[in-house]
Design a protein around this ligand. Structure first.
Ligand SMILES: C[S@@+](CC[C@H](N)C(=O)[O-])C[C@H]1O[C@@H](n2cnc3c(N)ncnc32)[C@H](O)[C@@H]1O
Length: 508
C-alpha cells in the first residue's frame, strides 16, 4: 500500500468540515478514508454498519470520514476542545437554519456595545497571564462576543420556523429533538469563539505551543496585531457556515434527489442513506483507561495517530482557546488533571527522578530470549543515551520516552485490543521523531510492543503472556501538510514522515 498516492494536493484536505478548526497534527483525510474503504465493508457479517474506532480521536478526521462513508464511529479524546471540534465537524445542521441563526447572532453582536464586558471575561483555568497573551482590544472584543452569544439565548431559539421544508422533514424523521439541534448551533458558535481566540491572541500561530515570539511582539508594537475580534468572528462564522453547508449536502443531497421521485418516499430515501444513519459517538476520556462493556469485542476497524513524543504539546497549544470557552462547555475541566493526562508531553511530573532511567526490560515478563528477538533492547539503549545527555532536560526526556512506550502505548494498545473484534485490523499512523538528538524509531517499537502486549507489566487488562496483535506490515507516508508541522525545533521534535503500522487482533 503506498499512502503517497493518496495525497493529491493540499486542497484535497479541505472538503466538507475537515478544516473547520486549526487543529495540530491532523490526519490527511485521505488516509482514514482509504483505510476505511479498504478494510471495512458496508455491512458487517451481522448486517450492521461497521464500527470504526480512534482512541486518540483529535479533531475527528477519521470520525468525519466514517460518517461520510456510512460507518459508525467511536472516538476517545482527552482534550475537550478537540472533542468539541469533532462534534461540530460531524453533526449536520440544516443550512437555512444555520444561516439564519448566524445572521441573527451577527446582528445581536452589532447591537452589543463596543468595549469591555466584565461579566463575560472568564477566569483562566491556571496561572496563565491573560494580559500577556491578549491585548486589551482582543479582551474587549472577546467579552463582547461572549455577551452576544449569551444574549442570543439559543435554547429559546425557534428551530423549525427557520428550517426549509426538506430540512424540517429530515429533522423530524431523524427524530432529533429540538434541543439537540439547538446544541449543535451552540457548539458551532462556541467553536468559532475558539477560532477567534487563535487569531487574536499574542501567541505565534506558526508555533505549536503558546509562544509570544519576537515577530508577534513587533506586530503588536507596530499596531498590526491583534485584528478586530468582531471581524474575525464574523468571518469565521461565514467561512465555517459554507463548510457546514457542504457537510449537509454531502450527507443529504442524494436523499433529496431520491425523495423528489414520487415513487420513493423520504423515509425510504433516508433508509438507503448510510451517511445519514451512521452514528458518531465522541467520548471525553483517556485512551489508556477507556473501556465500555457495550463496545467490548465490537470494533471492526481501528485507526489512530497517537500523540508524538515531546513534539507537540497539545495542552500548551490549545490552552488559550480552551480558557476562553471552558465555562461554555458541557463538562467541567480541571486544568491540572488535563495537563497531566496528555500522552507524550514532558509536563509529566517525575516523582522518582533519582530512580531514572527505567528501561523496557524492567517492565518485561517474558523470557530474555523473547526480549532479544524484539527491537526493544535498542529502545532501552536509546533511553539510556537520552538520559546521559548534557542538558538538564535529559532526564525528563528519557523519562517521557520511557513512559510513552512502556505505560501510555502499552495501555492504550491493550484498551483497543479489548474493543476490537477478533480478526479486526488496527492502523497506527506514527511519526519518527528525534529526542535529545536521538532518532526514535517509534514504528518498530510499537510493532514489537503490540505483538507482545501480554508480556508487559502495565497493560492493566486480562491478557495472558502470549496475547498480542499479529503484525501485518508497515507502510510509509511522507508528511505533505508541512504547514502544520512548522518550527518543530522549539519543541525538539523533527518529523519527516510517518509510518503506518498495520496490526490485527488474532482470531481465537
Ligand atoms: C496526533 S493527534 C490525533 C489527530 C487526529 N488523527 C486528527 O486527525 O485530528 C493526537 C491526539 O491525542 C490526544 N491525546 C493525548 N493524550 C491522550 C489521552 N491520554 N487519551 C486520549 N487522547 C489523548 C491529543 O489531545 C490529540 O488530539
Amino acid at each position: 500500500m503506498d499512502f503517497r498516492e493518496l495525497v493529491t494536493s493540499p486542497s484535497s484536505a479541505t472538503y466538507a468540515t475537515h478544516r473547520i478548526h486549526k487543529h495540530p497534527a491532523v490526519f490527511i483525510p485521505q488516509i482514514p478514508r482509504h483505510i476505511i474503504e479498504t478494510y471495512s465493508t458496508k455491512n458487517d457479517e451481522d448486517g450492521d454498519r461497521p464500527l470504526i474506532f480512534d482512541p486518540f480521536s483529535g479533531s475527528g478526521t477519521a470520525g468525519l470520514e466514517a460518517k461520510l462513508l456510512g460507518r459508525d464511529y467511536l472516538g476517545v479524546e482527552i482534550n475537550p476542545l478537540s472533542k468539541l471540534v469533532s462534534e461540530v465537524k460531524v453533526q449536520p445542521i440544516p443550512p437555512s437554519l444555520a444561516n439564519q441563526a448566524k445572521q441573527d447572532l451577527i446582528q445581536i453582536l452589532k447591537n452589543t456595545e463596543n468595549g469591555y464586558h466584565a461579566n463575560y471575561d472568564p477566569e483562566f483555568l491556571d496561572t496563565t497571564n491573560k494580559e500577556l497573551w491578549f491585548e486589551p482590544k482582543a479582551i474587549n472584543g472577546l467579552t463582547r462576543i461572549r455577551k452576544a452569544l449569551d444574549d442570543f439565548d439559543i435554547y429559546a431559539y425557534d428551530i423549525l420556523s427557520n428550517c426549509g421544508e426538506f430540512e424540517t422533514k429530515i429533522i423530524q424523521s431523524e427524530n432529533i429533538d429540538r434541543q439537540e439541534v439547538q446544541s449543535r448551533l451552540y457548539r458551532w458558535f462556541v467553536l468559532m469563539i475558539a477560532n477567534t481566540v487563535y487569531e487574536v491572541s499574542n501567541a505565534d500561530p506558526g508555533i505549536s505551543k503558546a509562544y509570544r515570539s519576537p515577530k508577534m511582539k513587533d506586530l503588536i508594537n507596530e499596531g498590526k496585531h491583534p485584528p478586530d475580534p468582531i471581524q474575525v468572528f464574523t468571518s469565521e462564522l461565514n467561512t465555517s457556515f459554507e463548510m457546514l453547508e457542504e457537510l449537509w449536502h454531502s450527507i443529504y443531497e442524494s436523499t433529496e434527489q431520491a425523495a423528489a421521485h414520487q415513487d420513493n418516499s423520504l423515509d425510504n430515501a433516508l433508509d438507503e442513506n448510510p451517511a445519514h444513519k451512521a452514528v458518531v459517538d465522541i467520548r471525553s476520556g483517556d485512551a489508556r483507561e477507556f473501556s465500555d462493556p457495550d463496545y467490548q469485542d465490537s470494533v471492526d476497524l481501528a485507526i489512530t495517530s497517537p500523540p508524538y513524543i515531546n513534539a507537540i504539546n497539545y495542552y500548551r497549544g490549545t490552552k488559550l482557546r480552551l480558557f476562553w470557552i471552558h465555562d461554555l462547555m458541557e463538562e467541567i475541566i480541571d486544568s491540572t488533571d488535563l495537563r497531566q493526562s496528555f500522552v507524550g508531553t514532558n509536563s509529566v511530573s517525575i516523582r522518582n527522578k533519582e530512580n531514572l532511567p527505567k528501561t523496557t526490560l524492567g517492565q518485561w515478563n517474558g523470557t530474555t530470549e523473547e526480549f532479544q528477538s524484539t527491537s526493544l533492547s535498542e529502545l532501552d539503549q536509546t533511553i539510556l543515551d537520552i538520559h546521559s545527555g548534557e542538558l538538564s532536560e535529559a532526564k525528563r526526556r528519557a523519562y517521557t520516552t520511557w513512559k510513552f512506550f512502556n505505560v501510555d502505548m502499552v495501555r492504550s494498545l491493550t484498551r483497543t485490543y479489548e474493543l476490537l473484534k477478533p480478526g479486526a485490523h488496527f492502523f497506527l499512523v506514527i511519526g519518527e521523531n528525534t529526542i535529545g538528538g536521538h532518532q526514535i524509531q517509534s514504528h518498530k517499537y510499537l510493532a514489537d510492543i503490540a505483538q507482545n502486549l501480554g508480556k508487559f507489566n502495565r497493560h492493566g487488562g486480562n491478557l495472558s503472556k502470549v496475547d498480542g496483535y499479529h503484525f501485518i506490515g508497515y507502510a510509509w507516508d511522507e508528511i505533505s501538510n508541512r504547514a502544520l508541522f512548522q518550527d518543530r525545533n522549539h519543541s525538539n521534535g523533527v518529523i519527516e514522515g510517518e509510518w503506518v503500522v498495520i496490526l490485527q487482533k488474532p482470531r481465537p
